[in-house]
Design a protein around this ligand. Structure first.
Ligand SMILES: Cc1cc2nc3c(=O)[nH]c(=O)nc-3n(C[C@H](O)[C@H](O)[C@H](O)COP(=O)(O)O)c2cc1C
Length: 271
């Protein structure tokens, strides 16, 4: 099969998922690519457009061991018409849970042919200077693996005459015990909405534009706690460092995050 063009579909408030998908695509050597960026509500709240390229990448960060819930309505409108798809889950070195399995079901329901899937590690949204979690990831090593994965996917496609009998088996992901115990939307219990420090804030409005749920009031810069995902794109994207992440209770959350992310995890590739 000859693949000349791709569509990258991703949600990536702090940019790690985007980075990984771009590296995989680079490894494939694709020249023509389109993007459906689901990070901001405008694209996400419409039905999926018709995909005109030869293949698709679909990437999400892992939120509470699965696909971020706000993406599900959009993802269910995707139509593959038999096109090949590569699935990517990026997680903060704690647990990828069942995210790849969930993406796989969505791809199958949308009539895509799953050609490959991978989980990668990205700096955890909750990572701070004091509590670094997967800091700096994906690092050079991860990105080299991502490019190599892309090259392998391209080789595989070139060796295929048709996708007709193509099937990919994924191992069943596991939901860790803690994720079963803590209530849904636990991120909201474990971290406060980040308040802008008026002494540092220049009122540039970058945080308002970055927020994936439009939860930041453009005049007061206060955050609607119900709508806030705790993705902390407003913290990480602030040029003045006017907002910071505050855990609650501070010591307990910090300790749990550090213990759970202690062992460095590596990307897992399926193709
Ligand atoms: C609400 C929320 C829940 C998360 N849940 C998990 C999780 O269950 N396991 C994990 O390892 N990382 C988890 N993370 C961390 C993200 O998966 C990780 O930081 C990812 O790299 C973010 O992707 P992005 O940079 O593309 O936004 C969570 C982050 C947020 C904001």
């Amino acid at each position: 099969m000859i693949i000349r063009s791709t569509t990258k579909i991703y949600f990536s408030p702090t940019g790690t998922t985007k980075k990984v998908i771009e590296a995989i695509e680079e490894g494939m050597g694709i020249k023509h690519s389109e993007v459906i960026d689901l990070t901001l509500p405008k694209v996400r709240n419409a039905a999926a457009p018709i995909i005109k390229t030869d293949m698709v990448f679909l990437g999400v960060p892992v939120y509470e061991t699965g696909i971020p819930k706000i993406l599900i309505p959009f993802l269910k409108t995707l139509k593959g018409n038999g096109k090949p798809i590569v699935l990517v889950a990026v997680y903060g070195n704690i647990s990828e849970g069942t995210t790849l399995n969930e993406l796989y079901s969505i791809a199958q329901d949308g009539n895509f042919k799953v050609l490959g899937a991978a989980s990668f590690i990205g700096e955890h949204s909750f990572s701070t200077e004091e509590t670094p979690i997967a800091k700096g990831r994906p690092d050079n090593n991860d990105l080299t693996i991502a490019k190599e994965f892309g090259r392998n996917i391209m080789c595989k496609l070139q060796s295929l005459v048709s996708l007709h009998n193509k099937t990919l088996q994924l191992p069943q992901g596991k939901t860790p015990l803690m994720a079963k115990i803590v209530p849904a939307n636990s991120a909201k219990f474990f971290a406060k909405t980040p308040i802008a420090d008026k002494n540092k804030c220049s009122h540039c409005g970058i945080c308002v534009r970055l927020c994936p749920t439009g939860a930041i009031d453009k005049d007061t810069l206060s955050i609607n706690s119900t709508h806030c995902l705790r993705c902390f794109s407003c913290v990480k994207g602030c040029p003045k460092k006017a907002r910071e992440i505050t855990y609650r209770p501070k010591l307990v959350v910090s300790k749990v995050l550090l213990v759970k992310s202690k062992v460095r995890k590596e990307p897992q590739l399926y193709f």
